[in-house]
Design a protein around this ligand. Sequence first.
Ligand code: IPM
Ligand code: MG
Length: 351
Amino acid sequence: MKIAVLPGDGIGPEIVAQAVKVLKALDLDISMTEAPIGGAGYEAAGDPLPEATLKLAKEADAVLLGAVGDWKYDKLERHLRPERGLLRIRKELNLFANLRPALLYPELASASTLKPEVVSGLDIMIVRELTGDIYFGQPRGISKLENGEREGINTMRYNESEIRRIGRVAFDIAMKRNKKVCSVDKANVLEATELWRQVMIELSAEYPEVELSHMYVDNAAMQLIRAPKQFDVMVTGNIFGDILSDEASMLTGSIGMLPSASLDENNKGMYEPSHGSAPDIAGKDIANPLATILSVAMMLRYTFNDEANAQRVENAVKKALAQGYRTADIWTEGSNKVGCNAMGDAVVAAL
Ligand code: IPM
Ligand code: MG
């Protein structure tokens, strides 16, 4: 198994180091090669996705990514900014299916800002389309109108086949879970998502056992806070999924807990925490590495088909939490506050 390791920026290197530690402790036959992406790619090669990094990622079986972005790059031209490196690698590897499980570990029920009874037992899988929508639609840009005023344009667009293939991923996952799919759109206003809804309804004919429901995105944002346990699988487009998955992460106590898998048609995948690079806390050894470590579990499950080791990693995380270890973001009175590195050690010890 070949893994391309792309730590990226901000807290990326610290959290990825913990995930690598866990991978090594599993003692599997894997090779890992590191390469820069994001701001680190720009520093190393003048490109947020250096050619050598893309080549390495294409040749690997899976990619482990930290996070990209730092305010110090915000003034660069858009194509040189860290985020563009991330969007390009997703597109280049055709990673259209982004799975973001929001799972509440019982030990963290009191770390959530919501009441424990609202979130306890929470287990939602958000399936976000990742290579289309307003993130990639043309035309885009900022231009000058005839009257001299500037105008910014982005285009929300989806074609049928893009909707169908992400829909299939969601229905297939639902078949292995509680057989409920909630498709999130804004069909009352946006035609692109009216088509989304139509295609989801057509597709549902192939999955008679799965109960399909639809929700407008504004209502979905509200329902996630009001009664999140009504959801099993949520499927939605790129931008709505970006927003709703951040929201869902807070139900689990902290965005530092939410892993993700981004898969192509053959389950080749890139695995990264759902959170960002948090430059404000970078290098301080206080970041939560658990989302990245849990992303490794997803890698074992989805790309390497190794359910046993996936569960070993997840159980080790549970054990470390049960033993009281907490990084600052999930710390509550009475638990044992540890840094990023010590949390990684705790998980390895629990393994
Ligand atoms: C995410 C992030 C990215 C996104 C950014 C960093 C480009 O927010 O993975 O959710 O918007 O997809
Ligand atoms: Mg996001």
